[in-house]
Design a protein around this ligand. Structure first.
Ligand SMILES: Cc1ncc(COP(=O)(O)O)c(C=O)c1O
Length: 309
């Protein structure tokens, strides 16, 4: 199983154009992938300030801010709650035309040196918009902030030569989440988390028990120990979710996955354009990738409202 995970994980990082030396975990979904990524962020940002959060907990620790456009998926909010960061520290810096407002982000980062995660997204849940990753990463680098990318849907655009420009700069982030049960079409319960800093990822997640034989206990001197899944994801017992991922990537290949993305985007755009041509239907957001937004007006409505996007 460790080997299947290693192979499938390396393939996914390659397909998604993420750093080959980043660590990864196969989680239940993007929700637990966010928890994992933000646990690594929490570890790293607090360790930089001399605070061992795994040992000391959060009481008395510097507050970790999580900055977003305000349009983040609700699973980010829940990850913030589960990690004890506190939703008061989840701050919207505002959105400009559906994407994180860079001026607002710069203001927030400049206003304080408190540890900060900037949580951005590839594929906003309603409009499918992608945040400006390169500019966000520049600002975050200037202020020592951690950049997390929710790419549950949109990270798969990296597999398509036609659409990967949407992700320009996202490869410079510190952590990423996606779902194989979205564009890769494997059954539910198949999230994927990638972390640029394996040390922070492992420090936040790893655990040991006397009744288990861990790979590093059994390794021979000088031999790299096999992967131990307990180091990289929050579950203890779990199914072998790397197997369907391995099978899907192996059978579809790079071209097959690119074709799923390209065809799905074409269909979504055709569907939304077609709907938009019907009487009483208004297109609020034409799909950037596979999400669009239309409004069906009531045939009896007497007033019209401006689209809000
Ligand atoms: C952008 C985004 N993030 C996170 C999630 C949560 O994913 P999961 O249900 O795999 O936890 C979703 C689910 O639709 C999503 O669209």
């Amino acid at each position: 199983m460790a080997v299947v995970e290693e192979v499938a994980g390396a393939w996914l990082k390659d397909l998604l154009r993420l750093p080959a030396d980043a660590s990864f975990g196969f989680t239940t979904g993007a929700q637990s992938a966010h928890v994992t990524a933000l646990a690594a962020a929490r570890h790293h940002l607090l360790a930089e300030r001399g605070w061992d959060v795994e040992r000391r907990g959060l009481a008395g620790a510097p507050a970790v801010r999580v900055l977003t456009s305000g349009l983040q998926h609700a699973t980010v909010d829940r990850a913030v709650r589960l990690l004890g960061l506190g939703t008061d520290n989840l701050r919207s810096v505002g959105a400009a035309a559906g994407r994180i407002d860079l001026a607002g982000l710069e203001r927030e980062l400049t206003a304080s040196d408190a540890p900060a995660v900037v949580s951005v997204q590839a594929g906003e849940i309603n409009t499918g918009l992608f945040d400006p990753f390169a500019e966000v990463c520049d600002l975050a680098a200037a202020h020592g902030a951690w950049v997390h990318v929710d790419g549950a849907i949109g990270l798969w655009a990296a597999a398509s030569a036609r659409h990967r420009h949407l992700l320009a700069g996202a490869e410079r982030a510190d952590s990423w989440t996606t779902d194989a049960h979205k564009w890769l079409n494997v059954p539910y319960d198949s999230g994927f988390v990638v972390v640029r800093r394996p040390d922070a990822h492992r420090a936040a997640l790893s655990t040991r028990a006397s009744y288990l034989v861990h790979a590093d206990d059994a390794a021979e001197p000088g031999v790299e120990p096999a992967r131990d899944q307990l180091d990289w994801n929050p579950e203890w017992s779990r199914r072998a979710r790397a197997v369907p991922v391995y099978a899907a990537v192996r059978s579809l290949g790079r071209a097959g996955i690119a074709s799923i993305v390209d065809r799905c985007v074409e269909h979504a755009q055709r569907l939304v354009d077609g709907l938009g041509g019907l009487p009483g239907v208004e297109v609020l957001a034409r799909p950037v990738v596979n999400q669009g937004l239309v409004r069906f007006r009531s045939p009896t409505a007497t007033t019209t409202r401006a689209p809000t996007g």
